[in-house]
Design a protein around this ligand. Structure first.
Ligand code: HEM
Length: 365
């Protein structure tokens, strides 16, 4: 395919080719490597200025940083947070429904839920959410001017820099305090890298799940599955996996560059050529999923690649799953008659960013 700058990376769409490619160490995630397929001028320029985080690194650099966080996101630790996440769902639904029968599900529920959770985990005050949400949306906007993206990144970095400095003298029971404390140990992260890591988690931790919740609710309605779920809440975990498969929030594919000459699905790729692995297409590959365009919460969707695969497979996956399950359970229990109150053509979809989704989702009950 041809990108904004005329460069021509390969677009890979098959499930089995993508799965194989994501395990191949010859494909690099390192943005500093020549030929990396940037999705916009803003993304290309911002990388030069900003903090490069481990999602954009290769092993062993990547392994070292990721390992520092694996304990923070293990399934057992996330399961221990489930009751608290359920309680947050209830509080948000109380506030959303108080005295009214219509609301914007995105702003009143889907966005605050993961945002509150990740703020709590990182030790970031949730009161500051409009400050960092506005800036993190700008960072992900591939249509924005490079200068605006850089300003937003710089402001976010300064905000987290201040926070990390405060945590050094007054640590709390949170991830930023723990990585700041680890920075004293030789071989661990410097202050700049701690800020980069916190920035990565803050951005990855809320925009993703928020859009996945909203797209999931919309898709369940559009495909006649909402009533089925209301009738049988034990289908919630399967519905989460199926909506992850059917609705991809990664619009353009996972970005990689070939480190050496290689082949993907019989096609020769030269060293230095960009590769985009379109996980949304893989999730609709008819060779892997029967009748893939149909959303069916009765199917076994566990082979989807919504969270990627291989060494960079989503670190926050156990958390995202619990948030998505808790959100859907809460909605069908509290608002079984939920309706989307605008026609599809009037919905405000979020195009032109690194994350696909909705700016708003007007609902009634
Ligand atoms: C429905 C929600 C989510 C989806 C669909 C999603 C998807 C993904 C995907 C596809 C990747 C792989 C990127 C690549 O290979 O280049 C990834 C990586 C990552 N995700 Fe998520 N994510 C979600 C939620 C979260 C949450 C809640 C967090 C928590 C902080 C998170 C943190 C991360 C991190 C840190 C990485 C980088 C892992 C690495 O490079 O080793 N994600 N995510």
């Amino acid at each position: 395919m041809t990108l904004w700058d005329g460069s021509r990376p390969w677009l890979v769409t098959g499930h089995s080719d993508i799965r194989t490619a994501l395990r191949d160490p010859r494909l690099s995630s390192d943005v500093r490597r020549h030929g990396f397929p940037f999705l916009s001028a803003a993304q290309a320029e911002a990388i030069g200025e900003a903090l490069i985080t481990f999602i954009r690194m290769d092993p062993p650099e990547h392994t070292l940083q990721r390992r520092m966080l694996t304990q923070e996101f293990v399934v057992k630790r996330m399961e221990a947070m489930r009751a608290q996440i359920d309680a947050t769902v209830d509080t948000l639904l109380d506030e959303m429904t108080a005295g009214r029968n219509e609301a914007d599900l995105m702003q009143a529920f889907a966005l605050p839920l993961p945002s509150i959770v990740i703020c709590h985990m990182l030790g970031v005050p949730y009161e500051d959410h409009s400050y960092f949400q506005e800036r993190s949306q700008m960072v992900q906007d591939t249509t924005a001017a490079p200068q605006d993206v850089n300003t937003a990144l710089g402001e976010l970095a300064r905000y987290l820099d201040r926070l990390a400095t405060e945590k050094a003298s007054a640590p709390g029971d949170d991830i930023v305090s723990r990585i700041v404390a680890g920075q004293e140990v030789p071989g661990h992260l410097g202050h700049h890298e701690v800020v980069g890591m916190a920035l990565n988690l803050l951005i990855a931790g809320h925009e993703t799940t928020a859009n996945q919740i909203a797209l999931g609710v919309l898709a369940l309605h559009r495909n006649g599955q909402w009533e089925k779920l209301v009738a049988d809440p034990s289908l919630v975990p399967a519905a989460v996996e199926e909506t992850l498969r059917h609705q991809s929030i990664v619009p353009t594919g996972l970005q990689r560059v070939a480190r050496e000459d290689m082949e993907i699905g019989g096609t020769a790729i030269k060293a230095g050529e960009g590769v985009l692995l379109q996980i949304g297409a893989a999730n609709r590959d008819p060779a892997t999923f029967d009748d893939p365009d149909a959303l069916d919460i009765g199917r076994d969707a566990h082979r989807h690649m919504a969270f990627g695969f291989g060494v960079h497979q989503c670190l926050g996956q156990p958390l995202a799953r619990i948030e998505l399950q808790s959100a859907l359970s809460g909605l069908i229990r509290r608002l079984p008659g939920l309706q989307i109150v605008r026609p599809m053509a009037d919905l405000d979809f979020r195009h032109g960013g690194n994350i696909y989704g909705l700016h708003s989702l007007p609902v009634g009950w």
